[in-house]
Design a protein around this ligand. Structure first.
Ligand SMILES: Nc1ncnc2c1ncn2[C@@H]1O[C@H](COP(=O)(O)OP(=O)(O)OP(=O)(O)O)[C@@H](O)[C@H]1O
Ligand SMILES: O=P(O)(O)OC[C@H]1O[C@H](OP(=O)(O)OP(=O)(O)O)[C@H](O)[C@@H]1O
Ligand SMILES: O=C(O)c1cccnc1
Length: 496
């Protein structure tokens, strides 16, 4: 199956923050460039005050890494950068080093379309610290945005309950890349199609659309506009009825629908784009049904999101196709997912791992050390809990104990003979891609498959149930002791 075309057909290697390059220079200059390190990408809170997040964007991380190489042009640009003494920021030998630099890391990641939760590593990278450091910014840029939009789309899909959503966001998206990747993520999250033609071509997404008010306004009458459209595109007629008066517009659409019928075509439906969408859709449905157009769809658009759609449904709106743009592709109510990328381990001179954490006064901001994996446990009915464990210290006994990192009194015993899935899968080994990227349709199906496996409460919008995610006990204890050590406090073992 076709995975679609490439979005990034050239090197974007400089797509990073300057400080990644100055640190890279520092690692190189101090002989640390090849020191092996492990970083994890994770987020701390689900977006939209929701109960889950959909992982999305890995395909573009892969694409980015496959083109990762400093071009002569990139190096010439870096050569122009200066410090506050007007001297070059980077010495020529470092630029020579960058010229020969190739991506050689290992990456493990949670496949796109998987539901993920706070604290879980969505992506883990192991390799020379200089490379891991440079890649922080692009990895976060790609995964944060696409996961955010896929999650927003999944929430909207939850309320339309199987009725198709057409993503109409390109005109209000955050620039060109924002528009393209939002269309992809929205489709993965569950939208049926996009109006974005380039996204359709690049990612194998179905493209769909109606027509604009300008079409109606360019004729003397609304009827003439509908008739002309019907003539030129009899197999694609969804008439926009609200330019002058929505109810009168529906009546004209019916008139032209009858003409289409007489010629053996079918009017696909009407679109409402203003006014009280509940009232107008109910009235339109009556008129369409009375005229024998029971199969004609009622598409609505106008600043829709999951909350307005929910409200419209509660009011008995008879809309059955939803056009959603701005609020989806800009993730209007939460414009960023706060994913972070933290150093979790570094090899010491004895060739052992030194586990690292970032301390914070806020417990939620203290990072977790270790080479982490996430184990998702199932019972017969669905997913019950996710346990983050350290692959180096984990002993696979019959059962494991996991502890809530925010509250050590919350513990849970998990049966390792019950079905489970380790969520992170190998993607790159020593820079070589070993993961077969799934086709977009499979990723999209995975989202709905995943969401069907969680308790309904996790999908609730208001105060969702918190899905249990914990640290395996050894990892929890190790992290606690490391925090105590860094704070110069005694561990429990030392107290006695
Ligand atoms: N019955 C309804 N219940 C709740 N929200 C609705 C209902 N009908 C429409 N809306 C929403 O209310 C908002 C109406 O916005 P606004 O007043 O700007 O639109 P309008 O005046 O109808 O149309 P426009 O300004 O585009 O001509 C939109 O977000 C729309 O989706
Ligand atoms: O409302 P959205 O969810 O972003 O969906 C896309 C909107 O884009 C079009 O409007 P247009 O650009 O003509 O602007 P207007 O309807 O606000 O006048 C269309 O009629 C939708 O209303
Ligand atoms: O096809 C449509 O109806 C459409 C496309 C983009 C934005 N609004 C509407």
């Amino acid at each position: 199956m076709n995975q679609g075309r490439q979005l990034y057909q050239h090197s974007l290697t400089l797509l990073t923050d300057l400080y990644q390059l100055t640190m890279a220079y520092g690692y190189w200059k101090s002989g640390m460039a090849d020191k092996e390190a492990v970083f994890n990408m994770f987020f701390r809170r689900n977006p939209f005050q929701g109960g889950y997040t959909i992982a999305c964007g890995l395909a573009h991380v892969v694409e980015f890494l496959q083109y990762f190489q400093f071009s002569e042009d990139d190096l010439a640009y870096l050569d122009t950068l200066t410090g506050n003494d007007d001297q070059p920021l980077f010495e020529p030998d470092f630029l020579k080093y960058l010229r020969n630099l190739r991506f050689t890391c290992d990456i493990d990641a949670i496949p796109e379309g998987t539901a993920v939760f706070p604290q879980e590593p969505m992506l883990r990278i192991k390799g020379p610290i200089l490379q891991c450091q440079l890649l922080e910014t692009p990895i976060l840029n790609i995964l944060n945005f696409q996961s955010l939009i896929a999650t927003k789309a999944a929430r909207i899909v939850q309320v339309t309950k199987g009725e198709p959503i057409l993503e109409f966001g390109l005109r209000r998206a955050q620039g060109i890349d924002g528009g393209l990747t939002a269309s992809r993520a929205a489709y993965i999250g569950g939208c049926a199609a996009t109006s974005n033609v380039l996204a359709g071509k690049l990612f194998n997404i179905p493209v769909k659309g109606t027509h604009a008010h300008s079409w109606i306004m360019s004729f003397d009458t609304e009827l003439e506009a509908f008739e002309t459209y019907a003539k030129v595109m009899p197999n694609n007629c969804i008439f926009l009825v609200d330019t002058y008066d929505s109810i009168e517009g529906v009546k004209k659409a019916i008139q032209v629908g009858k003409q289409l019928k007489a010629k053996g075509y079918k009017m696909a439906g009407i679109r409402l784009d203003s006014g009280d969408l509940a009232y107008l859709s109910i009235e339109a449905r009556k008129l369409l049904d009375e005229a024998g157009f029971q199969e004609a769809s009622i598409l609505a658009s106008n600043d829709l999101d999951e909350n307005i759609i929910n409200s419209l449904k509660n009011q008995g709106a008879t809309i059955n196709v939803w056009g959603v743009g701005t609020k989806l592709v800009t993730a209007y109510d939460q414009p960023a997912l706060g994913g972070v990328y933290k150093l979790a381990a570094i090899r010491n001179d004895q060739d052992e791992w030194d586990y690292k954490i970032k301390l914070s006064e806020q417990v939620i901001k203290i990072s977790t050390p270790g080479i982490q994996q996430v184990r998702r446990y199932h019972n017969g009915n669905g997913f019950i809990a996710d346990m983050i464990y350290d692959t180096e210290s984990f002993v696979s006994n019959r059962s494991s104990v996991m502890i809530d990192p925010m509250d050590y009194t919350k513990r849970r015993k998990l049966d390792n003979s019950a079905p489970y899935e380790d969520l992170l899968v190998p993607v790159f080994r020593e820079g070589k891609l070993i993961y077969e990227l799934p086709p977009i349709e499979a990723i999209k199906e995975r989202v709905q498959g995943q969401l069907s496996m969680f308790h309904e409460g996790i999908k609730r919008f208001a105060n969702p149930h918190i899905y249990p995610v914990g640290l395996e006990k050894n990892l929890y204890d190790f992290k606690t002791n490391l925090i105590l050590k860094l704070r110069n406090l005694k561990t429990e073992a030392e107290e006695v």
